[in-house]
Design a protein around this ligand. Structure first.
Ligand SMILES: *Cc1c(COP(=O)(O)O)cnc(C)c1O
Length: 417
């Protein structure tokens, strides 16, 4: 059983036997019950913790004794969420943060200094590209942007000052898959860390640390919560990395997860495996069906045999493709593509036009004008995000209702001028 090094020993799940399976840990891993015997994990909504006496308080603040002191350092509900996620990812420890982006911010802040070099792919989440490529550049952090699937490009981008390789697989929104084990080997040889954004696959399908990654980053806002309720993020890593690098930065910067949000994600993790399997199966059906529609130019989904990295994806993601499907509507020009994509989105009566994913509700977005809207046209083209691209984050509605709602727009495109 993995536990967080920074959690007080008195709160570790002492009653749980060794060797429990993932499905069991997903509903059981947490701090110990309080004296009241609550069955659902307690929500500790408190910013401070009463100290038994001055000497104990002094030892806790000096780091000589474990114990909760103040909400910016830790909170038992947050610890429960961290323990449960660490158990699912197979990592020694985890650290919860206020959002996925704050997890990336914290990771880069903790690992990098001026003059260091980061390699990441051009298909990564738009804000990740902006944060590392622009914001951290202001503080002298260098970066190289490489094509997601080109291992030789990653390799030749390595420099003596390369400290971090940061991959996201599958990517948002095109579902490009990269070889985690190969990148892990490459980063080990370069003396750099490999971090993997595991938002799209989640530990239910893919465990990057088993393939050699040093750090797994999560937006808990997505599938970990799973019902579109709260913002959250996390970093999973060795207890040493968390304790020595990440925790001090978090304590001093305040990028902590609120206990209520931690509690929501904690409960979300209980159904993660079931949801991911059900939503991935529905996504495969939607993707295969979209591929046959005459108004659709191309479908991007790792679970389809037509996907360029299909074999790697199946090997790396437990035989499932995840639950995000993207497709291009057929069009003669970028202007027409945008108008057609908007028509499909504006015709929806059931599914949501909503910039999120990982919800039980199916959510559609137009990446070129939302998640990737702030990129330059050149960056957007390099990432392959066209004006006719629609992303479908498949939820749990009935498959026939999903198809009927998509058809409202797809079957009426000829009415557009
Ligand atoms: C949403 C998302 C993020 C950012 O997470 P937030 O919780 O929105 O800050 C990072 N990476 C990927 C792949 C995402 O989908």
């Amino acid at each position: 059983m993995s536990a967080n090094d920074h959690s007080p020993p008195s709160t570790r799940p002492g009653q749980l036997p060794e060797g429990l399976r993932l499905q069991t840990l997903a509903v059981r891993a947490a701090v110990e019950r309080s004296q009241y015997g609550e069955n659902s994990e307690a929500l500790y909504l408190t910013s401070g913790f009463v100290q038994p006496d001055g000497a104990t308080s002094a030892r806790r603040f000096a780091g000589e004794e474990d114990g909760y002191t103040y909400g910016r350092s830790s909170n038992p509900t947050v610890t429960s969420m961290e323990m449960r996620l660490a158990a699912l990812e197979g990592s020694e420890a985890a650290l919860a943060t206020s959002s996925g982006m704050s997890a990336i911010m914290l990771m880069c802040f903790a690992l990098l200094k001026s003059g260091d070099h980061v390699i990441f792919s051009q298909s990564m989440f738009g804000s990740t590209i902006k944060l590392i490529g622009s914001e951290f550049a202001r503080f002298g952090v260098e970066s190289s942007i490489v094509p997601q699937t080109d291992l030789d490009a990653w390799r030749s981008a390595i420099r003596p000052n390369t400290r971090l390789l940061f991959a996201e697989t599958p990517t948002n929104p095109l579902g490009e898959v990269c070889d985690i084990a190969a990148l892990a080997e490459m980063s080990r040889q370069a003396g750099a860390w490999l971090a993997v954004d595991n938002c799209f696959a989640t530990p239910a399908l893919q465990r990057p640390m088993d393939m050699g990654a040093d750090i797994v980053m999560h937006s808990g806002t997505k599938y970990l919560d799973g019902q579109g309720r709260v913002m959250a993020g996390a970093l999973c890593a060795s207890a040493q990395l968390i304790k020595e690098k990440f925790l001090p930065v978090q304590k001093n910067s305040g990028m902590v997860l609120a206990p209520f949000n931690a509690w929501v994600v904690l409960k979300g993790l209980e159904t993660l495996d079931l949801r991911m399997r059900a939503q991935s199966a529905l996504a495969l059906e939607v993707a295969a069906w979209l591929e046959t529609h005459p108004a659709v130019a191309r479908v991007y989904f790792p679970g389809l045999a037509s996907h360029p990295q299909h074999a790697l994806a199946m090997r790396q993601m437990g035989g499932l493709g995840g639950a995000v499907v993207s497709f291009d509507v057929k069009a003669a020009s970028p202007e027409q593509a945008r108008a057609r994509a908007f028509h499909v989105l504006d015709s929806l009566q059931v599914l949501s036009l909503c910039t999120n994913l990982g919800d039980t509700k199916t959510l559609l977005t137009h990446p070129a004008s939302t998640s990737h809207g702030k990129l330059s046209e050149a960056q957007r083209q390099a990432a392959g995000i066209g004006q006719g691209l629609i992303r479908v984050a498949v939820g749990l509605e009935h498959i026939d209702d999903m198809k009927a709602d998509l058809l409202r727009g797809l079957d009426t495109l000829e009415k557009l001028t």
